[in-house]
Design a protein around this ligand. Sequence first.
Ligand code: NAP
Length: 208
Amino acid sequence: MTQVLRKFGVMGGTFDPVHYGHLVTAEAARREFGLERVVFLPSGAPPHKDPTGVTDAEHRYMMTVLATLSNPHFDVSRVDIDREGVTYTVDSLRILREIYGESTELYFITGADAILEIVSWKDPEKLLELAHFIGATRPGFSLDRVPQSTQEWLSHHPERVHMIKVPALAISSTDIRERVRTGNSIRYLVPEPVEHYIRRHNLYKHNL
Ligand code: NAP
């Protein structure tokens, strides 16, 4: 058995755009799980989304870089956006395990809503072998709404699937896009450089 020498977080998301809720989530997970580093992984073409409904990957990547620059524990990976075709998380985690080595334990962090769908992702059992999973819940989230079958599946893997409460996830990318589209302020919802980037590149002015 390989000895675990370090623990890295992998923050998976579309980040369309990245916002303070994501940054607070990554920092909370880092502290709670003793992660040395959190690598943000903007998605390429995730299997559950129509690519025409998502902003260009290079813009999402650039905004994520701008948002994370000031935290020495944060990094951004191009592993998903540089891959052709549909990007499954199981493949991303395999690649990251190769890059960081067997002695690095991975903690995949994302929204609880997404984590609770994990049973429908490609190769769920392999996913749990490759990483721990941390689901970040928004205010108002309740496990009661989760289907019984998912709850049962989760209860079989209590040591690999974790939940954290993140009040700052009251902020959402959907709301930010809508605010920009309707001319409302997004100040204090996203880091200032991200706000400037959105304005400079005229993002979210129209429904995709
Ligand atoms: P999504 O469906 O856009 O988001 C689900 C919810 O989670 C939204 O409320 C979203 O809020 C929130 N969320 C997303 N990323 C988050 C993060 N890192 N921290 C906290 N909250 C987050 O989910 P998605 O972004 O497309 O997918 C999440 C991750 O799961 C991605 O890495 C994706 O590749 C992976 N995934 C893999 C498969 C598969 O392999 N079959 C299938 C589905 C998803 P915001 O909109 O505010 O971010």
